[in-house]
Design a binder for this molecule. Structure first.
Ligand code: SF4
Length: 583
């Protein structure tokens, strides 16, 4: 890597905000010999452009010795972020490759068949005569030969160990704050009727501890192996059998990794196991701090790594979570360039939203939502409900108040469709959302105000969370919630001249801000310090239905006289959306 090239590799014709300074700091951090540079860059800092500049510093073929690796990877956990990269003309030399199920076969009669179910996947020894023109295989070939290959983190991790995407000089991970969570999620093994094709023949006894889990995993792997052998004997497989074979192969790989790691006395990975419905029920095997997994799938894939995010809050804690030695890691902080008065926080706290207090607090929050609707009669709003249970209860309360005609909501099946419909609508509708704190770009009139109903603490009924708290990792617990709040606050203010108000309704959020103050980026602490109660109209649901007057907050900074704009992006699907328990 040649960090000195970073300015030449910056793809935009000029610098905005703090970009030039950020590039200099990143260059210096790599030049000082750090293997990993964490770039804490808030919304609007042009993270993707910084990422491209860093990737451009990778050693090129002309500079490399015989054994030296070259080129770079760009990867992000967020599908919407990869979509944005693919559409950005400044990033046109990032060669995007997606998973097989995103491409269709081109053979006659198969043009609606995804590549992972096409004849080459179904038929043993199928020799495709048009493979060189196949959209998946040609994109893959191009990406593997270009200086910067771009892909989702899921695809990147899956291709660890492959010949096609071997180690490169530089790996850049965008939106990297959840790397530990993602690794835990990918490394989690779900064993149940949905995931185990041979489930009925292999239902588990009671799995009370890890030794039971290892025994069961071994038995399952053996049965899976036999079934795969059977499938291999067949000349041709149906689409269902292809899916079964692929699932079994992945399962066997995961199970053998678990058994091997669990039996390895040197392994630092802690495993936890859940069987909530007892004997015969589904089993989940999860690793805590899966360092070994990340070593194989991420750290071993490049010489130098850059990790970018607005919410890498604490360098030491982040490093511990993802298996990095903080001595080889530098943190570069990029300042916020959006005026703080454009991103106000309002204290509308109504009490605690813990399970015991919810019945008392939620009706009060519903009244606050109505008053916010009155205050923003012509502006779209978003309510972060935290769980489907809260969303349903809130929906009922608001409908009872008579404001249902201005509401939209979603369930776990139709979240992307409903989100897209709400974004496209010209009406000032209010969207009751669950787990949409990340990967959502609501620039301008797409959304002018939002309510956070509940402090987004991790679910203590999740065994990983429980284990961490048993280990005294309260700092992690508060940081995780703070990270989600900061992410949520960033949804409605996307450019220096954009503005959007965030109303905080759960009093536990104030407690969270106190406890996690030490881990707050300065630019967010500025928002918290300015937080005050807003001047909302008196409760009057009849005037909350919108559709009249100039509307909008007069105290969010930049006025509300813009014309409505439609979404310029695709559906902002967040693959993290349903990771956390949503009750
Ligand atoms: S390689 Fe051939 S058979 Fe396989 S998906 Fe591509 S075009 Fe279809």
């Amino acid at each position: 890597m040649d960090p000195a090239r970073i300015f030449d590799e910056f793809p935009a014709p000029e610098y905005r905000g703090n970009q030039e300074e950020a590039l200099a700091d990143i260059r210096d951090a790599f030049a000082a010999g750090n293997d990993v540079v964490l770039v804490r860059a808030p919304t609007g800092s042009g993270k993707s452009l910084l990422a491209r500049a860093i990737a451009g510093c990778a050693r090129t073929a002309g500079e490399a010795g015989a054994e030296e690796v070259i080129d770079a990877y760009y990867t992000t956990p967020q599908v919407s972020q990869l979509d944005d990269v693919a559409e950005d003309p400044l990033l046109s030399d990032l060669e995007v490759i997606r998973g097989k199920n995103n491409y269709d076969c081109i053979l006659p009669g198969e043009t609606d068949t995804p590549v992972d179910q096409a004849p080459c996947a179904r038929e043993r020894k199928f020799d495709c005569q048009v493979k060189h023109r196949c959209p998946y295989f040609s994109d893959r070939a191009i990406a593997s030969n270009r200086p910067v290959a771009a892909m989702t983190l899921a695809y990147f991790m899956q291709t660890a160990g492959s010949d096609v995407f071997g180690p490169r000089d530089v790996v850049v991970i965008d939106e990297a704050h959840g790397l530990g969570d993602w690794a835990e999620m990918y490394a989690t093994i779900e064993l149940g009727p949905e995931t185990v094709p041979v489930w009925e023949d292999t239902r588990p006894q009671a799995v009370d501890d890890l030794e039971d889990a290892a025994g069961y995993a071994q038995r399952l792997a053996d049965v899976g192996e036999r079934r795969v052998q059977e499938l291999r004997q067949q000349e041709e497989l149906t689409a269902e059998e292809v899916a079964e074979r692929d699932r079994l192969n992945k399962l066997r790989q995961d199970l053998s990794w678990f058994v091997e790691d669990y039996r390895d006395p040197e392994s630092v990975t802690t495993w936890v196991v859940d069987q909530p419905d007892g004997e015969g029920g589904s089993v989940t095997i999860k690793p805590l701090d899966p360092e070994k997994y990340l070593k194989h799938t991420v750290w071993g894939r490049g010489h130098r790594h850059a990790l970018l995010s607005a919410t890498i809050l604490n360098k030491e804690a982040f490093c511990a979570n993802v298996g990095l030695d903080p001595d080889n890691v530098a943190l570069v902080d990029v300042g916020h360039t959006f005026p703080v008065e454009h991103r106000p926080l309002y204290d509308v706290t109504q009490g605690k939203m813990t399970y015991e207090h919810r019945e008392e607090t939620l009706p009060k929050i519903a009244r606050i939502v109505v008053r916010a609707m009155q205050h923003h009669p012509d502006e779209k709003g978003l309510v972060h409900c935290h769980s489907y249970a809260i969303a349903e209860q809130l929906d009922e309360l608001l409908v009872d108040f008579g404001v249902g005609s201005r509401l939209r909501s979603h369930d776990s099946e139709d979240r992307d469709g409903q989100l897209t419909a709400w974004k496209r609508s010209d009406d000032p509708d209010v969207f009751l959302s669950v787990k949409m704190e990340e990967a959502l770009d609501l620039e301008g009139d797409l959304c002018r105000w939002q309510v956070i109903c509940k402090a987004p603490y991790p679910n203590t009924r999740d065994s990983r969370v429980a284990q961490r708290l048993e280990d005294g990792q309260w700092g992690w617990y508060y940081r995780t919630a703070l990270r989600t709040v900061i992410q949520a606050c960033g949804r409605v203010v996307r450019a220096p001249d954009d503005h959007g108000a965030t109303y905080l309704a759960d009093s536990s959020l104030l407690d969270l801000f106190e406890r996690a103050r030490v881990d707050m980026p300065d630019w967010f602490a500025d928002q918290v310090d300015r937080m005050a109660p807003p001047e909302l109209p008196a409760f009057d649901p009849a005037s909350a239905l919108g559709g009249g007057g100039s509307g909008g907050s007069t105290d969010d900074g930049a006025g509300s006289g813009r014309s409505r704009s439609r979404s310029r992006r695709r559906s902002s699907k967040s693959p993290m959306a349903d990771v956390w328990d949503t009750e």
